[in-house]
Design a protein. Structure first.
Length: 184
């Protein structure tokens, strides 16, 4: 079923919207959630939480791309679940991709200088400034939480090239956010 028809089912409050979304995007949501949480059980819960969130938020939200909206929701819920689980265990086995990014660019003063809309616009501009290859690497690492070896394999490049692209992208993002913050 097409996305616009599924969104229409959500707007009509027809429960078939959940079944259709699960059928169409469930495998991708499970894969993303499992990659982030490291657990099939947690991924199943994140899928259910994602479907519930879509049910609660459509309407008023009217996503242009149901798939992107569902994956973004799943991603956020998966990271929330992972942070909760790690806080309970009080140990971190591997650095989260977002922690890696935050450590590279976090400047409290610069961050506070941005509204959410301004930060979103700055990130959009930053992503558009990257080459297609660098953009793909950046999004695979920091949005989809792919590992460096997975990115290298998917794109047919070496792991050292992936690491180099990520390092340069983080540096460029820090500079871009620093310039924007200084303009304020």
């Amino acid at each position: 079923m097409e996305d616009d028809k599924i969104v229409g089912l959500f707007l009509e409050r027809d429960e078939m919207a959940i079944a259709q979304t699960s059928e169409k995007y469930g495998p991708a949501i499970l894969k993303l959630s499992k990659r982030i949480t490291g657990s099939e059980g947690a991924a199943d819960e994140c899928l259910n939480d994602t479907l519930l969130s879509l049910w609660k938020n459509i309407p008023p939200a009217l996503p242009r791309s149901l798939g992107a909206y569902a994956l973004k929701t799943a991603r956020n819920l998966s990271f929330k679940r992972l942070r909760h689980d790690l806080a309970e265990k009080r140990s971190i086995n591997s650095q989260l991709p977002l922690d890696e990014l935050e450590a590279a660019i976090c400047d409290e003063k610069a961050y506070e200088a941005f509204s959410d809309a301004e930060l979103s616009a700055a990130l959009d501009g930053f992503l558009r400034s990257l080459s297609p290859e660098a953009r793909a690497v950046f999004l695979k690492r920091y949005f989809f939480a792919d590992t460096v070896p997975e990115i290298a394999k998917d794109l047919g490049i070496s792991q050292s090239k992936v690491n180099s692209i990520l390092w340069r992208a983080r540096k460029k993002l820090k500079e871009a956010l620093g310039r924007k913050g200084a303009e304020k």
